[in-house]
Design a protein around this ligand. Structure first.
Ligand code: GAR
Length: 211
């Protein structure tokens, strides 16, 4: 089982979905660390309650020196023997320091159908654009934000009465489904992205849930 770290900044609902999936005996990843850049991240208590080691490497004291913060994160990752990273609501732009070290071994989940709507406020922007379909994406992390090779996606309809909250909730349900599925494939070696190469055949089904 590949020793996996989940990096969070907030409530950690995707983290919980990954923790629950990893409880299955045949799951190829073991969640060996939950690391937050904020001491007040709600997900930390949930991870601790699940018996998972936690670490806090506050980003605030490092100010604009992102690489210095990442060096401290890297120390924690190495101390826990981490082999794979899942970013799950980790609200930090990454620099080449961390991305380069973890290329092909770092996944992110993003609340839109990339390449549409990289960045923040994705649900409000999908509504404002009049999108009829919206969703979420699990991708390998590269230096360009929210732009790495795509591993899994799920789409949801945008309904006429949707608000940012109702649409976000519909997407989040799908995030909790596809992130564990994607981690299973990546940790099990069924999909890989050796940096510089094309993504291997993608065996995940891509259903369009219509209800
Ligand atoms: C999730 O919707 C995730 O896709 C998003 O933040 C939320 C975290 O929720 N990530 C990003 O926007 C990354 N740019 P969670 O803490 O409950 O998993």
């Amino acid at each position: 089982r590949r020793r996996t770290a989940i990096l969070i900044s907030g409530r950690g609902s995707n983290m919980v979905a990954l923790l629950e999936a990893a409880r299955a005996a045949d799951f190829p990843a073991e969640i060996a660390l939950v690391l937050s850049n904020r001491a007040d991240a709600g997900g930390l208590a949930l991870a601790a309650a699940a018996g998972v080691p936690t670490a806090v490497v506050e980003s605030r004291p490092f100010g604009r020196d992102r690489a210095a913060h990442e060096a401290a994160v890297q120390v924690a990752l190495e101390a826990h023997g981490i082999e794979l990273i899942c970013l799950a609501g980790y609200m930090r732009l990454l620099t080449p320091y961390l991305v380069g070290r973890w290329a092909g071994r770092m996944l992110n989940i993003h609340p839109s159908l990339l390449p549409a709507f990289p960045g923040l406020d994705t649900h409000a922007r999908a509504l404002a654009a009049g999108a009829r379909l919206h969703g979420c994406t699990v991708h390998w992390v590269t230096e360009e934000m929210d732009a790495g090779p795509i591993l899994a996606q799920a789409a949801v309809p945008v309904l006429p009465e949707d608000t940012e909250e109702s649409l976000g909730a519909r997407v989040l349900t799908q995030e909790h489904r596809i992130y564990p599925a994607a981690l299973r494939l990546a940790a099990g070696g069924e999909v890989s992205w050796p940096p510089g190469s094309a993504v291997l055949a993608n065996p995940l089904p891509s259903p369009l849930p219509l209800s």
